[in-house]
Design a protein around this ligand. Structure first.
Ligand code: ADE
Ligand code: ZN
Length: 350
């Protein structure tokens, strides 16, 4: 553990963060689909997108909030049909993550977006699993899948999805809850999460992105969420903050997402420094990097360029990411040792 960061020159900090081992705990695989790949896959499957070109699709990325983003995101995902498509998408993401020194990726996927179009659950899962196995062998990156239920659909539909998933239980690390938060509180999914926990699946949930702090408490109490995705609105309620700190519940924060989806006006207004100052277990992630302007290192780079964050904060965020993963303690310790070694090197001291 390097307690002293005084040898790190501020101007070297971005390079240090980029080089550091980190865990990506909040990324939606459908949100990594770059417009060029969407058009390429659409062409080979004979699926037309409601945009003329990758450039015109990118021009539609002027979002006014979560729902306006989700409309484009679900439309682009409609090109994904075959096992090869899901393999290509996941392999492209894992190569990109490896380039950012991600050593562990716990990846969300939305099976209902695909099964609703007639794509079998097995196609989605087997394609992604193939890429994950290849990435472990060829890149040395560890990755696992978290199946998200779409909260704008019903709990009955979530149960149907879980039934489809059960034969593939060993391919799943956990379950999550995403899509439009407003009007779709955690309570709606209490029973299906109960069943998931009995199956030994980890539970996480998006909460406190557009929804109020009470939705964070409900995600923990009603769904058994072990991590909160986003959670940035917790600062509106002192009691919620106190609990998150006391119980050391991780918040997977996505700075570029929050600005693109208007949770904060600008990155300079993001509350990441306040989350850290409050003692919350926050870490930095990319959410839907193809749509929000950057993968995880770009989220760090821009956040550190716009906010009063220090080398100590960088160490805390990176370490939090590694220790908030669902990897076992020995794996986490191995990554933290590498992080410590890197932070102890000379970063500007002559
Ligand atoms: N699905 C993909 N990205 C999401 C986000 N930021 N919030 C909720 N659902 C999502
Ligand atoms: Zn998300």
């Amino acid at each position: 553990m390097p307690p002293d960061f005084s040898h790190i020159q501020p101007k070297r900090l971005p390079a240090l963060i980029a080089a550091a081992p980190k865990a990506e705990l909040h990324v939606h695989i459908e949100g990594t689909l770059e417009p060029e790949l969407a058009f390429e896959i659409g062409r080979r499957n004979g699926v037309a997108l409601p945009y003329e070109s990758p450039e015109s699709l990118r021009k539609a990325f002027a979002f006014t909030g979560l729902q306006s983003f989700l409309d484009v995101y679900y439309a682009a995902a409609s090109v994904l049909r075959t096992e090869d498509d899901f393999d290509d998408l996941t392999w492209a993401y894992l190569q990109r993550a490896h380039a950012d020194n991600v050593v562990r990726a716990e990846i969300f996927f939305d099976p209902q977006t695909h099964t609703a179009r007639g794509v079998p659950f097995e196609t989605v899962l087997c394609g992604m699993s193939r890429a994950i196995t290849r990435a472990r062998h060829e890149l040395g990156i560890s990755a696992a899948l978290i199946m998200c239920f779409l909260r704008h659909l019903t709990e009955r539909e979530a149960f149907e999805t879980l039934e489809r998933a059960e034969p593939f239980r060993e391919h799943l690390l956990g379950v999550g809850l995403d899509s439009g938060e407003r009007g779709n509180p955690p309570e709606k999914f209490a029973n299906v999460f109960d069943r998931c926990r009995r199956l030994g699946l980890h539970a996480v949930a998006h909460a406190g992105e557009e929804g109020p702090p009470v939705s964070i408490t409900a995600a923990i109490d009603v769904l058994g969420a072990e991590r909160i995705d986003h959670g940035v609105r917790c600062l509106e309620d002192e009691a919620v903050v106190a609990r998150l700190v006391r119980e050391r519940i991780p918040l997977t924060v996505c700075p570029l997402s929050n600005v693109t989806l208007r949770v904060f006006d600008t990155l300079a207004h993001h509350n990441l420094p306040k989350l850290l100052a409050a003692g919350l277990r926050a870490s930095v992630h990319s959410d839907d990097p193809a749509y929000f302007g950057g993968f995880v290192n770009e989220n760090y780079r821009q956040a550190f360029a716009s906010l009063p964050l220090t080398a100590a904060d960088a160490y805390t965020l990176l370490r939090n990411s590694l220790e908030s993963s669902f990897q076992n303690a020995a794996e986490q310790a191995r990554h933290v040792d590498r992080l410590d070694a890197l932070f102890s090197e000379k970063w500007g001291r002559d």
